[in-house]
Design a protein around this ligand. Structure first.
Ligand code: ARG
Length: 478
């Protein structure tokens, strides 16, 4: 549940008791302070209310009451360009020295920090010798329990996390990841605003840019913000009285929870209603933000030959931004670090539209194609699946939105493997994720084995984050 509104329970100021003169002055002072705090909270509450109405105009959505407010901190939009090694050998001002009371997350693992620094310096000779940096980081961990990555370490760490992501077939381009250093942003509204900017910058008029926005890290004294949604753009799923689902069944529970918390879906409800973004901080609790329409770029589906396909009214969003994975670099966790590449057609055509527990389009398309669905051996499923996937690739292409097919991407992945091997690195790969969900044996990635053991930096998704993304709770900070 969201926290109690910051207006507070005024009961404590009403107590009357025999008072000495000193106590009277003390009481007056406390009362004045209470009134001031109350006023501040009221102003903050009204400001939040204004946002409710602004956001609500289009979406009819209410924000949840917060636990007080913080100012949105603006931070540089892109990571600073690499400039040698401006290493700060002292704790960063954003990280407070420890004062005993930990905020729930533990001290950074020194071995992980050192391992990462050695890797960074080995792969980036321009950064200079590693030993002074290791000494500085160890001192920083002594003082604060954590350390602050240089912008260069952060950018490299994020790219290496992509490179190590065993489930991603698109890793050939890992060096091109654009890193937005937003580590000074930790309030819910600031995180949401920057996520919306991310959507626009990553879409880039259709020529998608791989991009990550890295928000404040977890530290021993302060918990990082969390984004509940699995991706920045996801479609609502509504259970219908007859047991069917309108929209994406994967998000039925999340949708129900959002509605219980005050989200009002557009009228009439549709199969592609964009869910609100939920950002939770330990101070404010979970907060809902409707996505601005102009940041949600979508492609309407049509088929290169089957004219009736367009009448199905299918569409999909252009940019897949995963938003509930933690980026872990050298022992430091960044739980809010949404990142995107671009789609491979089968993700949409074979899984999102094809899976029986998603949009389940195969029987519908087979029917329209006039296939014999009574005989599995007619391969009606396979034939319909191919046409859905052709429609996805065709529609993205003709709309000028980046997309790739599974054959091209499979051979690029093998190029990536060769390059990694030549560089003397292991490339952790999960066969069950890398082999495309259709025509697997027609792609070269099918016919071999891979290194499997995990490597850091990486992206990790814990059970709590998965639960929040699918169930819409419970909150990370109680
Ligand atoms: N499979 C997910 C989806 O269909 C997207 C995962 C990330 N994909 C990507 N190409 N970066 O939405």
């Amino acid at each position: 549940m969201p926290g109690t509104p910051g207006l507070g329970d005024p009961g404590w100021v009403a107590r009357a008791a025999p008072l000495t003169q000193g106590a009277v002055w003390l009481t007056v002072a406390v009362l004045c302070l209470g009134v001031l705090v109350g006023l501040r909270e009221m102003v903050a509450f009204q400001a939040a209310g204004r946002r409710v109405r602004d956001g609500g105009r289009r979406w009819g959505i209410a924000r949840w009451p917060g636990r007080g407010t913080q100012r949105t901190q603006r931070a540089p939009r892109e990571a600073a360009p690499a400039t040698g090694c401006p290493v700060a050998h002292r704790p960063h001002p954003e990280v407070r020295p420890r004062s005993g009371g930990a905020a729930g997350s533990t001290e950074v693992d020194r071995a992980e920090a050192e391992e990462f620094l050695r890797m960074f310096h080995a792969e980036n000779p321009v950064a200079g010798p590693v030993e002074p940096r290791i000494d500085a980081v160890m001192r920083e961990i002594d003082a604060t329990g954590t350390y602050w990555h240089t912008p260069e370490e952060l950018a490299f760490g994020a790219r290496a996390a992509w490179r190590n992501n065993a489930r991603c077939i698109g890793r050939l381009y890992w060096r091109s990841l654009q890193v937005r250093d937003l580590r000074t942003v930790s309030d819910a509204a600031g995180v949401a605003d920057h996520c919306f900017e991310h959507l626009g910058a990553a879409f880039n008029g259709g020529k998608l840019r791989p991009m990550i926005s890295v928000f404040a890290p977890d530290t021993p004294t302060r918990r990082a913000p969390r984004i509940w949604n699995e991706q920045l753009i996801r479609y609502a799923g509504y259970e219908q009285p007859d047991g069917s689902v309108l929209g994406d069944p994967r998000y039925c529970a999340f949708t129900r929870e959002m509605m219980l918390r005050g989200w009002r879906p557009p009228l009439p409800r549709g199969a592609f209603d964009v869910l609100p973004l939920v950002v939770e901080t330990s101070e404010e609790g979970p907060q809902m933000f409707p996505l601005p329409h102009d940041k949600v770029q979508e492609v309407q589906l049509e088929h290169p030959e089957l004219a009736w396909f367009a009448d199905l009214g299918m569409r999909w969003h252009a940019v897949p931004v995963i938003s509930n994975s933690q980026l872990v670099i050298g022992g430091v966790s960044y739980p809010a670090a949404p990142f995107n590449g671009w789609y491979m057609g089968t993700e949409i055509g074979a899984r999102n539209f094809g899976d029986g527990d998603r949009y389940d389009l195969v029987p519908v398309v087979a029917e329209r194609m006039g296939l014999d669905t009574t005989d599995e051996a007619s391969l009606w499923r396979d034939r319909a699946l191919v046409e859905i996937n052709r429609a996805v690739l065709h529609s993205f292409r003709t709309s000028g939105v980046s997309i790739t097919d599974h054959h091209t991407e499979s051979s690029r992945f093998l190029t990536h493997l060769e390059r990694e091997e030549r560089a003397g690195r292991r490339c952790p790969t999960d066969w069950s994720w890398i082999v495309p969900p259709m025509s697997g044996s027609q792609t070269p990635v099918f016919h071999r084995y891979y290194d499997t053991e995990d490597q850091r930096p990486n992206f990790v998704t814990d059970d709590g984050a998965t639960r929040r993304a699918l169930q819409g709770g419970p909150p990370a900070f109680g």
